[in-house]
Design a protein around this ligand. Structure first.
Ligand SMILES: C[S@@+](CC[C@H](N)C(=O)[O-])C[C@H]1O[C@@H](n2cnc3c(N)ncnc32)[C@H](O)[C@@H]1O
Length: 279
């Protein structure tokens, strides 16, 4: 197969692999899944440099999770459309280290995946690495090993690995970097404070995993705008609720939801309301 036709990750569509990538995606996924299996509640994932979206689509398919992908390559949108998952978000953007840092001030995720991406930030890798560790309760990081001569950013590989080794972590997998060369790559888990009882992401945002502001600022392209609904859980207000566009309004209890008909786009939101009421 010509090099330009090769893909890094497996391509995952609705529960199955339809094309194989140059890296073993299955083996790496199993290591990530072992960490995710500890969550006994819905959780959020930020997947930086999501590539074909293999990890996010599969996580959203197999877990009660919302996955926010950041990827600069436009082709990923097509995979989103084909997967039709309402639990993934795509920010189509070449994010800078500074933007990652600012993102860490406004958004927080249960788990951050930064797999083979820190070296793409070149001289700003340290800022990117600190932002990644700040963005989640847990971060799973993989970075090309020192002896991988094939990957980019050769001059920063050693300092990145020194940094990653110096922070408290656990190696959760060691997998082959390339099928043709016996170079091994470590996947490391960094945890701040273990699994929190509840996500620090407000429930109001959980439908999309992030705020609409972040979606707008960082090139949100999926869910596509015609189905994007900004949802808030309002815990207190003053005055009377009024419909500004003549919608029918009625207060009902959560267990009465079944008695009413809603448009299909509301169904994931109703799911969230039910889950939140049970929690
Ligand atoms: C080596 S691949 C790793 C893919 C995936 N994380 C994995 O390990 O399977 C790096 C990916 O990050 C993307 N990428 C690199 N720099 C990026 C940036 N600044 N913003 C968004 N995506 C980026 C690339 O387009 C590519 O898909």
């Amino acid at each position: 197969m010509p090099d330009q036709d090769k893909v890094y990750q497996d391509v995952y569509l609705k529960g199955r692999v339809v094309r194989h990538g140059t890296r073993s995606s299955e083996e790496r996924y199993q290591a990530v899944a072992q960490v995710l299996q500890r969550y006994r509640r819905p959780f959020t994932v930020l997947d930086i440099g999501a590539n074909q979206g293999y990890f996010s689509f599969r996580i959203a398919h197999e877990f009660d999770a919302i996955c926010v992908m950041i990827e600069k390559q436009a082709a990923l949108l097509e995979n989103c459309r084909k997967n039709e998952s309402n639990r993934v978000v795509l920010l189509q953007h070449a994010i800078s280290a500074g933007e990652l840092m600012r993102l860490s001030h406004t958004e927080h995720f249960d788990v951050v995946l930064a797999l083979n991406v820190i070296h793409h930030f070149r001289l700003r890798w340290r800022t990117a690495a600190h932002a990644i560790l700040d963005l989640g309760d847990a971060a799973i990081i993989e970075s090309p090993p020192n002896n991988d001569t094939g990957s980019r950013g050769k001059w920063i590989r050693r300092p990145i690995n020194r940094f990653l080794e110096s922070m408290p972590h656990k190696v959760i997998a060691e997998t082959e970097r390339r099928r043709d060369r016996p170079i091994m790559s470590k996947m490391r888990l960094y945890e701040r404070e273990g699994i929190r009882e509840r996500s620090s992401v407000p429930v109001s945002r959980a439908a999309h995993g992030i705020s609409l502001d972040t979606f707008d600022l960082l090139g949100g392209v999926y869910p596509e705008r015609n189905v994007l609904l900004d949802t808030w859980l309002v815990q207190g207000f003053h005055g009377e609720v009024t419909a500004c566009e003549q919608q029918a309004l009625k207060w009902i209890a959560v267990d009465e939801i079944e008695n009413y008909r809603f448009p299909p786009a509301d169904l994931p939101i109703l799911d969230l309301i039910r889950r939140n009421a049970r929690a």
